[in-house]
Design a protein around this ligand. Structure first.
Ligand code: HEM
Length: 292
């Protein structure tokens, strides 16, 4: 499936799922705000309590989503016969299930958090939020279209290609290319290592719009005859180049931080899943069958 079609489909799924969750949260708002001790008298209690027809349903669908997100691990290791599809797209599906699943489980709990199950719930939230940080680190590591990590040599080659593209397609002088390179090159005063590299990257992301605003002003002044479309393309190429330069500089540091992140992220995922399976088994043994 083409990347554009895939992204549009996923975008629609996000809109539908988040829209439905907001609707359900607003629908049950009064019930969820009622103190737990008074809830049995509430009108929506039979449907929205964790074992109710709706409440239980949120739990079943949310848990199914959580289990489905592990298909990403299977695809990465070619398990369960999963060899097809681009790994980037699989990660995006993982993230979709990793966000929507926990939101549904939150509705399922109806705020009744105690005992062993609450450890699973908070581990789930920890994994979800650490996933967002992980995603930020993940995109700092240069990858090809298939999502495979690029080596330094390939990175330099891409950097060269982008400069040539600017010279050949837009007839930009070598002097201007040097100037553009200087303007887009992230300025780092020292070689930050490990987690500090991450802070430098975040600072660079904050400063980036300002640097590019200056670059656009320079290009429009130096090449006033360029149509807006060409300027947009040049800006796009320059942004790609700038990110590449930064990724090249911090490749080693970011790769180490990402490995460390895995070491923290995975155990929480496993704690969550083990307790979740114990919870589901006990619930089924107690006779809760939902609509089945
Ligand atoms: C309850 C929710 C989640 C669970 C249980 C979960 C679990 C996992 C697990 C077990 C892995 C390791 C995969 C492997 O290497 O085999 C992983 C990787 C990852 N997850 Fe999640 N995740 C969740 C939510 C999220 C969210 C919300 C995001 C992003 C917004 C996210 C982003 C990532 C990223 C970037 C990786 C690393 C991919 C890689 O190195 O190949 N996760 N997750």
């Amino acid at each position: 499936m083409k990347a554009k079609v895939f992204n549009s489909l996923l975008g629609l799924l996000y809109i539908a799922a988040i829209g439905a969750i907001i609707y359900l949260a607003v629908y049950g708002y009064e019930y969820y705000m009622t103190p737990i001790i008074e809830r049995p008298h509430a009108e929506l209690h039979t449907s929205l309590k964790p074992g109710g027809i709706f409440g239980h349903g949120y739990g079943v669908i949310g848990s199914a989503f959580i289990l489905l997100l592990f298909l990403y691990s299977a695809r990465k290791r070619f398990l369960l016969g999963l060899r097809f599809g681009n790994i980037r797209k699989w990660l995006n599906v993982h993230i979709f299930f990793g966000i929507i699943g926990p939101l549904l489980i939150t509705l399922h709990t109806a705020g009744k958090l105690h005992g062993l199950v609450s450890i699973s719930y908070f581990s789930m939230l920890a994994v979800m939020f650490s996933g967002i940080i992980g995603r930020y680190i993940y995109i700092q590591i240069p990858r090809d279209e298939e999502g495979q990590e690029l080596a330094l040599g390939q990175l330099d080659q891409k950097h060269e290609e982008l400069s040539n593209m600017l010279i050949e397609n837009y007839d930009i002088s070598k002097k201007s290319i040097d100037r553009i390179n200087r303007m887009i090159e992230p300025k780092f005063s020292h070689d930050s290592k490990g987690i500090f590299a991450l802070f430098v990257i975040i600072t660079d992301d904050i400063q980036r719009p300002f640097r590019f605003w200056k670059l656009k002003r320079y290009i429009t002044k130096t090449y006033p005859a360029f149509p807006p479309k060409a300027i947009r393309r040049i800006m796009h190429l320059s942004k790609t180049k700038s990110l590449m330069l930064r990724r090249r500089k911090f490749l080693g540091a970011v790769t180490n931080v990402f490995h460390l992140w895995h070491v923290i992220h995975k155990p929480f995922a496993w704690i969550m899943i083990i307790i979740m399976l114990i919870h589901v088994t006990i619930t089924v043994l107690m006779g809760y069958k939902w609509v089945f």
